[in-house]
Design a protein around this ligand. Structure first.
Ligand SMILES: [Zn+2]
Length: 81
């Protein structure tokens, strides 16, 4: 469990947050929506995103970029449950 980088408090509450961001690409700006986990310090209010959030954002961008560019989906992207 990580602690707050400002006040060293270890009481961090996990919050699921909806985030929208835009990233530029050769097809113009791509709008992405993701759900990310944020650790919020209950003492000073410092918010820290969970490790791996970059990857979640990258994946969301690739997904939206493919939609925008109308590229055929790769077979490897299909996962059979
Ligand atoms: Zn804090």
């Amino acid at each position: 469990m990580s602690s707050c980088c400002l006040c060293d408090n270890r009481q961090l509450a996990k919050q699921l947050q909806h985030m929208t961001f835009c990233q530029s690409s050769d097809k113009g700006y791509v709008r992405c929506e993701v759900m990310i986990t944020v650790h919020v310090c209950d003492t000073c209010g410092m918010q820290t995103v969970e490790e791996g959030t970059d990857k979640i954002m990258d994946e969301a961008f690739v997904r939206e970029y493919r939609n925008k560019a109308r590229l055929p989906r790769q077979k490897s992207a299909h996962r059979v449950r």
